[in-house]
Ligand binder design. Sequence first.
Ligand code: NAP
Length: 539
Amino acid sequence: MIPLKDSQLFRDRAYIDGGWRDADSRKTFEVTNPATGEVIGTVPDMGGAETRRAIEAAERALKSWAAKTAKERANVVRRWFELMMENQDDLALLLTTEQGKPLAEAKGEVAYAASFLEWFGEEAKRVYGDTIPQHQPDKRIVVIKQPIGVVACITPWNFPLAMVTRKAGPAIVAGCTVVLKPAEQTPYSALALAELAERAGLPKGVLNVITGDPPAIGKELTASPIVRKLSFTGSTEIGKLLMAQCAGTVKKMSLELGGNAPFIVFDDADLDAAADGAIVSKYRNTGQTCVCANRFLVQDKVYDAFAAKLVERVKALKVGRGTDAGVSQGPLIDRQGLAKVEAHVQDAVAKGARIAVGGKRHALGGTFFEPTVLTGVNTRMAVAREETFGPVAPLFRFHTEDEAIQIANDTEFGLAAYFYGRDIGRVWRVAEALEFGIVGINTGLISTAEAPFGGVKESGIGREGSKYGLEEFLEVKYLCMGGIQEPSQFPSGPMWRGRDLGQASASVLASALVASGFAAIAVEVIAAGLRGLFPGLTG
Ligand code: NAP
């Protein structure tokens, strides 16, 4: 039992159509604590049939949710944000227990995750359309934005709360409804969010959370014609698979995939700031973030000095259970993750790298690994090409700016890049030359709800966070209104006498709209005309 202040936040059933459900088969699977190996509990092992029901529930909820005003939707999501913050301690403990990150980091993730609900709720009130100067005298061009419809979200284990709110937050405030599949290692955080969403007043069917068999759930979500968009965060391999599966129904997609971030230290950098930034960028979440610095490129003149400063800081990192005081490095998520980190270190050492600190499994056992720095690294090693996803900092040496850019861009990935330097001309040149979606300049921390997060090349498609992240859940619709004649073409006679042009054109525009099937808009336009005729009329 996790000692939560509010035990109702521990939900071990899936959430579909406003109710807590078991799998049809009653089968479940276990969720374990990566710090201890202990079983925390079980969740339903669902498949295609349950996913179909979740999609249908989302479809039923769509019309009335989309019809609400942006302010009504934002009010519910604002309350959801407040409930997350009111339950920050419980959510953090749940997160640490199933994911492993230190409690202080987990609390930070709760606040970061909640910030997406706050920010998108505010931004949803500013989903503006456009009026565009017409190309013909008798036409008017208007652009409106509408929710895309039912959205599927698939999230990874490394940020079990933030990846949910970064997707479901903008989708829901935009007027979409959601079917979400969290990672099997970390379902409890997502289920707790569903519990809080219900308490906040989210109507049934607007958010559905299903747990179970990834390929079966994924196939249903991608094949369903009801689902109009898939938002996925995870590995490039699974992203490509889902992209292929979505082709059959031509779904809109957002993909936040793997990275291989360079972290460049130029010879005019503030080396202490660079070493601090390296710690944040590399060792946060025990090196298991998609924007983690994966390759440190250090200019020849400052290579040894930077290595010394980094090693000094790495030695101070405390490894242990996330719930223990002072711990800054938790376990890796599972044995597969541990094996990859170990293999990367062994490959580098076999090809000539030196271990400056760490380099092996931690004495605590389990999936704990020592925070590691490797020097003398070169581009023939696996650490140069693959995402390590662990606490290993390999230090490459370079001589010129061009060489640094060439090495940095020599990857199929393009999510985040970082560099430290103070020459303003070089800052601009390098920032523009790096082929990445996000560039941190003299900082190792770049994620925030206000800014667009996402990659280029095989790191993904689309952006999350910011106004760009909201656009991902909206369709642009262009209304071309024709038949707007000159005033001289209006019929004469008593009916038109004494009325202004605005009322007359409203009437003509309304007829044109009815003829083109825009009945609802026509009613609005007629009402506007009537209000002009009878100023007291307010309904
Ligand atoms: P993953 O194996 O691709 O899993 C991600 C999600 O996809 C999980 O929910 C997983 O479910 C699900 N999944 C797996 N196979 C599936 C299938 N056939 N159909 C449908 N869903 C399927 O990735 P991961 O190892 O959990 O996460 C680490 C990766 O995510 C890293 O590469 C990291 O860089 C990337 N990441 C990217 C970002 C970003 O914003 N770009 C952010 C965070 C992480 P199960 O867990 O149940 O298998």
